[in-house]
Design a protein around this ligand. Structure first.
Ligand code: NAD
Length: 375
């Protein structure tokens, strides 16, 4: 098969495969075509791709010749028109949210896979781009918060007096939240974390943070590791507890999300107004509405002296390692689609292949996406 790696569009700095991954695919008898300058923003030259065994080509040729097209970002409508039903599209296009895009892929008869739909099973862990990118986001969020805060993170005992450590509140203790806890602790801050899933309490504590408890959450043990919608009474109680902790925090990192839904609102304007001027809120849930009522996606605003940064694109800001992780996850997934002779193999008996496949021959294969798009 011919696998084509496209150059990302817009502000995206990452590239779907680094040359080191290309050479592994070439060893697996796959012909790899890379769009000219695809890796430029991630500091990868066309020459490096050629040395790894790829052909570097113009976009038009690549779009016409590739059996499988790979990109990180979602395909634009114009690009979908160029694809045919024999081609396979692989990227990360948030199908639980992007229903119009799913419908276009259906109409065009494209076989599409979305890397954010990899089932969250033990076997699929090495393919989980959501975890990889959340790791990057959790790390970068804390670094930016430390940079923006007009105070130190660690405690200092100096001749000029003692500086108390910053207090960091992490909302949502999934992959990004746990990474943020670890980095904030390494920088010496006092860290508290809140999540509706009680199961994360031990993980939070093992990283040296305090778990903020709100009793009465709906049991989520059958939701496959994801959060579920909570009752109104729980949300009210949770709000009061979070408001009190937010008022004392120097930094809040918001990571709480529910896949395919608007992010839960955890920091209303009133809570921001109780915070100290100079405090910083980083909202990683910005692209799905934000956990803070005042968040504006991809913008920084200041309200009563509190800086609110709506940022869901951190992985793009660390393009080398983020591309390395993304590419490794994709390689592990592609191995399920490559036969011994290097040809394309679509085995829908495999739960990972079926679960990650969004559209195939005019049908939606992923059950969760199907129920969201058809509801
Ligand atoms: P996510 O990005 O969907 O959400 C982030 C966190 O926000 C979650 O921990 C969620 O519980 C929390 N949250 C949602 N609503 C909230 C609210 N109202 N208040 C506070 N917190 C709220 O989650 P994620 O990081 O992608 O991980 C979700 C789960 O999946 C975790 O348990 C993780 O360990 C698990 N996981 C499993 C695998 C695997 O088995 N292959 C891989 C990755 C993650």
């Amino acid at each position: 098969m011919i696998l084509g790696v496209l150059k990302e569009v817009g502000a995206e700095q990452r590239v779907a495969l680094l040359p080191e991954i290309v050479s592994k695919l070439v060893l697996a008898k796959v012909e790899v075509y890379v769009e000219a300058k695809a890796g430029a923003n991630a500091f990868q030259t066309d020459e490096a791709y050629q040395n790894a065994g790829a052909k570097v080509l113009d976009r038009e040729v690549l779009l016409k010749k590739a059996d499988l097209l790979l990109q990180i970002g979602e395909p634009g409508q114009e690009l979908i028109q160029h694809l045919n039903e024999k081609q396979v599209w692989v990227s990360q296009f948030n199908p639980l949210w992007n229903h119009d895009l799913v419908k276009s892929l259906l109409t065009q008869g494209i076989t599409s896979f979305s890397m954010d739909s990899i089932p969250r099973t033990t076997r699929a862990q090495a393919m989980d781009v959501l975890s990889s990118m959340a790791t990057v986001a959790g790390y970068k969020a804390v670094l930016q918060a430390a940079n923006e805060l007009p105070n130190f993170f660690p405690m200092f005992m100096t001749a000029a007096g003692t500086i108390r450590p910053a207090t960091v509140l992490i909302l949502g203790a999934g992959v990004a939240g746990l990474q943020s806890i670890a980095i904030a602790r390494k920088l010496g801050a006092q860290v508290e974390a809140f999540d509706v899933r009680a199961a994360v309490k031990e993980e939070v504590m093992s990283l040296g943070a305090k778990f903020v408890e709100v009793e009465g959450a709906i049991d989520d043990s059958t939701a496959g590791g994801y959060a579920v919608e909570q009752s109104e009474a729980f949300k009210k109680k949770q709000q009061e507890v979070i408001n009190d902790h937010a008022a004392k925090a120097d930094v809040i990192i918001c990571t709480a999300q529910i896949p395919g839904r608007k992010a839960p609102l955890l920091i209303p304007t009133g809570a921001v107004e109780r915070m100290k001027p100079g405090s910083v809120i980083i909202d990683l849930a910005a692209s799905s509405g934000g956990n803070c009522e005042l968040t504006k996606n991809s913008e920084t605003i200041v309200h009563n002296g509190v800086k609110i940064i709506g940022q869901s694109e951190y992985p793009s800001q660390m393009p080398v390692d983020a591309s390395k992780m993304f590419g490794k996850n994709v390689l592990n997934f592609l191995q399920l689609l490559i036969a011994e002779d290097g040809s394309l193999m679509l085995d829908f008996e495999d739960d990972i292949v079926k679960g990650t496949c969004i559209t195939h021959k005019g049908q939606i294969l992923n059950d969760r996406v199907k129920s969201f798009v058809e509801s």
